[in-house]
Design a binder for this molecule. Structure first.
Ligand code: G3H
Ligand code: 13P
Ligand code: NA
Ligand code: ZN
Length: 328
């Protein structure tokens, strides 16, 4: 059944677990996540980015998620809109049946330029008023995702802030977070702690100076009843990087957010953990391997089946690691 983000995260807080929020764009990703949820008895958050809506179209995404709810009647499903750049985008998602929306007012409507605090408060509060009137949850974001190593948003494909960010912009301030939550009434708050979107997050295994898990603890201490969200939380498995490289892919040396660090976050109020890149890496690695192995094969289902299996196994690992297994 479809439920709201708030319902799910309240349960997660009560029982001290975190929920992976997987980005979805197509049938294979949705199937893989649902199979993993079924196997581990986990509730799921399926989220669609602006890029996903452009790729599949909102009706396809919505209908595929409806199909997932029909095929897996015992699994609670949140359909969440990831990184809404404006109130209009959020309204559109609500109208088409999303049970949760993210109003990302940390950036202006161009989704590139860091926004003022007042803009963020104003636009997020407006979305909360509309969403709550129809039972939809809202995630807000305070602070800009970005690398504390380079001062850049990180995403190689151009999503996220453009240009240099200051250290201050990339670390959410606990006091301001308390004010933001009080003024907007958001159901969940995405915070900035040095992670960024995409595969290239850290040039080395991250330590406290570039991945500020301590900042989560400070924010949680200040607003213990707010559900915190970690973006850019792919772990970038070295095993999948190796498979991709072995089969002709070119991926430079890079490191993600270690699962142990996410677990530490979950002990301090993190309830939603956004993951897109890891599924991309697993599916790409599996497809490259399958295509290299079965060179006479031309039925794409064979390759996609391997990709689905790889994605499913990754999702099973995250459901288990975050304490989500057995909570459906
Ligand atoms: O927001 C970041 C997610 O990884 C989505 O990326 O816009 O390429 O679908 P995307
Ligand atoms: P990754 O790129 O680390 O998977 O992050 C995804 C994300 O934050 C989507 O909003
Ligand atoms: Na989101
Ligand atoms: Zn994100």
């Amino acid at each position: 059944a479809m439920i709201s983000l708030r319902q799910l995260l309240d349960h997660a807080a009560e029982h001290q677990y975190g929920v992976p929020a997987f980005n979805v764009n197509n049938l294979e990703q949705i199937q893989a996540i649902m199979q993993a949820a079924q196997k581990t008895d986990s509730p799921v958050i399926l989220q669609a980015s602006a890029g996903a809506r452009k790729y599949a179209g909102e009706p396809f995404l919505r209908k595929m998620v409806e199909a997932a709810a029909e095929m897996y009647p015992d699994i609670p499903i949140v359909l969440h809109q990831d990184h809404g750049a404006s109130a209009a985008v959020c309204m559109q998602a609500m109208r088409s049946g999303f049970t949760s929306v993210m109003m990302d007012g940390s950036l202006q409507e161009d989704a590139k330029t860091p926004a003022s605090y007042d803009y963020n408060v104003g636009v997020t509060r407006r979305v909360v008023e509309m969403a709550h009137a129809v039972g939809v949850s809202v995630e807000g974001e305070l602070g800009c995702l970005g690398s504390l190593e380079s001062g850049r948003a990180g995403e190689e494909d151009g999503s996220g802030a453009e240009g240099q960010l200051t250290h201050e912009q990339m670390l959410t301030d606990p006091e301001q977070a308390a004010d933001f939550v009080a003024q907007t009434g958001v159901d969940a708050l995405a915070i900035a702690i040095g992670t960024s979107h995409g595969a290239y997050k850290f040039s080395r295994k991250p330590t406290g100076d570039i991945l500020a898990i301590d900042r989560i603890k400070q924010i949680h201490a200040r607003i213990p009843n707010t559900h915190l969200v970690m973006h850019g939380s792919s772990s970038v498995p070295q095993e999948w990087l190796a498979v991709i490289r072995e089969h002709g892919g070119q991926i430079k040396e890079t490191y993600g957010v270690p699962v142990e660090e996410i677990q530490e976050g979950i002990r301090h109020g993190v309830r939603k953990v956004n993951i897109d890149t890891d599924i991309r890496l697993a599916m790409t690695g599996a497809m490259r391997r399958a295509m290299g192995r079965d060179t006479a094969e031309f039925d794409p289902r064979k390759f996609l089946k391997d990709a689905m299996t790889a994605a499913r196994e990754l999702c099973v690992d995250r459901f288990e690691a975050f304490g989500c297994a057995g909570r459906a």
